[in-house]
Design a protein around this ligand. Structure first.
Ligand SMILES: Cc1cc2nc3c(=O)[nH]c(=O)nc-3n(C[C@H](O)[C@H](O)[C@H](O)COP(=O)(O)OP(=O)(O)OC[C@H]3O[C@@H](n4cnc5c(N)ncnc54)[C@H](O)[C@@H]3O)c2cc1C
Length: 320
C-alpha cells in the first residue's frame, strides 16, 4: 500500500517509477489468498477512511466497484454474551477481497512481481539493485524502500545513510477455516460479519469472508491471534497453530461449530508496529544518499496510515 501510494503520486508528477515486489501478487499485508476452498483475507481485514485525500480516492474506487463498506455488522463478546452493532465509523473492504483495492491502485503502474531485492549499491549518482537471482536492475536516481522496518534495516546494513528504521513490529498468526455448513448464530444475533474477541487469550478477531461485498457462498472464516500468543507460538508448526486457534474459537463461540472441510495457518512475521517510528513526518528521507523510507510503521499499523506515509513521502520528494 505505501509503495503503491508513493508511486502513484510520483508517476502523476511525471517521474518514471519502477516497483519491485517479492510477492507473487501485489498487496503485502493486504494480499488475499485463493485456494480450492475459496477466497480468504488473512492480513488486513478492513480499513478506515478519515484523511480527506484518501476519502476522495476511496470514493472513486467505490464508484468503480473495487471497494465497498464492510463489515456492516460487527459483533462483540461482553460477559460471555454476543452483541451486534453497526460500526460507529464506516469501514471498508476491497470488493470482493482486500486485494481488489491494491489491484485498483496498481493498475496504472509498472510492477515487477516475485523480485526480492537483496542488496543495493550506489555508483556515481545512480542506484543498482540486485535481486534473489543475482539479476541487477540499474539506473535509479532515487530508491524508496516501502517494507516493514526490521526488513528495511537489514537491507540498509552496510549502506552509508542517516536512515535508521527502528519501529518494533509484532507478529500475527492468521488461520483460515472452510466449514462444511453455515455457522449457527449466537442467540440474539441474526448475523455477524466480524467479531472482536477481547475475552480470548488466544484470538483477537474472527471474520466471515463470504459476507464481504461481492462474495456469497461457503462458510469461510478468518481467525487472527493476538500479539502475545502469536509471539509465543512464532516457530510452531502451522497445522498445529490452526488446530489451536480453531479450538480457541470454539471456546468463545456460543454454538457448536460445524464440521471443518479444510483449514491452514499463515504467519505474519512483521504484522503491525507495536510503536511507530518516533519523530517523523510520516516518512524518512536521506537526500544526500538519494534514499527514503515509508510504510505503516512510520505512522500507525493501518492501511490508511500506510497510504498516507507513501503519499506524504512522494509529495515531499516532488517538492525537492
Ligand atoms: C493480520 C493482519 C491484520 C491487519 N488488520 C488490519 C485492519 O483490519 N485494518 C487496517 O487498517 N490494517 C490492518 N493491518 C495492517 C495493514 O495490513 C498494514 O498497515 C498495511 O497493509 C501496511 O502496508 P505497507 O505498504 O506499509 O507494508 P506491506 O503491506 O508489508 O508491504 C510491503 C511490501 O514489500 C514487499 N517486500 C518486502 N521486502 C521486499 C524485498 N526485499 N524486495 C521486494 N519486495 C519486498 C512485500 O512483498 C510487500 O508487498 C493488518 C495487518 C495484519 C498482518
Amino acid at each position: 500500500m505505501a509503495g503503491l501510494s508513493a508511486a502513484r503520486v510520483l508517476q502523476q508528477a511525471g517521474r518514471n517509477v519502477q516497483i519491485f515486489d517479492k510477492g507473487r501478487r501485489p498487496g503485502g499485508r493486504m494480499s488475499s489468498r485463493r485456494n480450492e476452498h475459496g477466497l480468504f483475507d488473512l492480513g488486513a481485514q478492513y480499513f478506515t477512511v478519515r484523511d480527506p485525500a484518501f476519502a476522495r480516492l476511496i470514493t472513486t474506487f467505490e464508484q468503480q466497484g473495487s471497494v465497498a463498506r464492510w463489515p456492516s455488522i460487527m459483533a462483540r463478546q461482553i460477559d460471555g454474551q454476543w452483541q451486534a452493532r453497526q460500526p460507529e465509523h464506516p469501514r471498508y473492504s476491497g470488493m470482493p477481497s482486500m486485494a481488489s483495492l491494491i489491484e485498483a491502485l496498481a493498475e496504472p503502474l509498472k510492477l515487477e512481481q516475485q523480485v526480492r531485492i537483496t542488496s543495493m549499491t550506489r555508483t556515481a549518482s545512480t542506484w543498482t539493485l540486485e535481486d534473489q537471482n543475482g539479476q541487477q536492475w540499474s539506473g535509479f536516481d532515487h530508491v524508496i524502500i516501502a517494507i516493514p522496518a526490521p526488513q528495511a534495516a537489514s537491507l540498509l546494513e552496510g549502506i552509508d545513510t542517516t536512515l535508521r528504521p527502528q519501529a518494533d513490529m509484532s507478529a500475527c498468526w492468521s488461520t483460515w477455516v472452510r466449514f462444511r455448513d453455515a455457522l449457527d448464530m449466537p442467540s440474539g444475533i441474526d448475523a455477524w460479519h466480524g467479531v472482536q474477541l477481547e475475552a480470548s487469550t488466544v484470538l483477537r478477531w474472527a471474520a466471515r469472508n463470504q459476507t464481504r461485498p461481492g462474495q456469497h457462498e461457503g462458510e469461510r472464516v478468518t481467525l487472527l491471534a493476538n500479539d502475545d500468543w502469536s509471539d509465543e507460538h512464532l516457530e510452531d508448526d502451522p497445522a498445529q497453530v490452526a488446530d489451536k486457534m480453531i479450538d480457541a474459537f470454539q471456546d468463545c463461540y456460543p454454538a457448536l461449530l460445524p464440521a471443518i472441510e479444510a483449514c491452514g495457518a499463515h504467519r505474519w512475521r512483521y504484522a503491525q508496529p507495536r510503536q511507530p517510528q518516533e519523530d517523523t513526518p510520516g516518512y524518512l528521507i536521506d537526500g544526500a544518499a538519494a534514499l527514503s523510507l515509508c510504510g505503516d510503521w512510520c505512522i500507525d499499523g493501518r492501511v490508511e496510515a500506510a497510504w498516507q506515509s507513501g503519499n506524504r513521502l512522494a509529495e515531499a520528494l516532488c517538492r525537492q
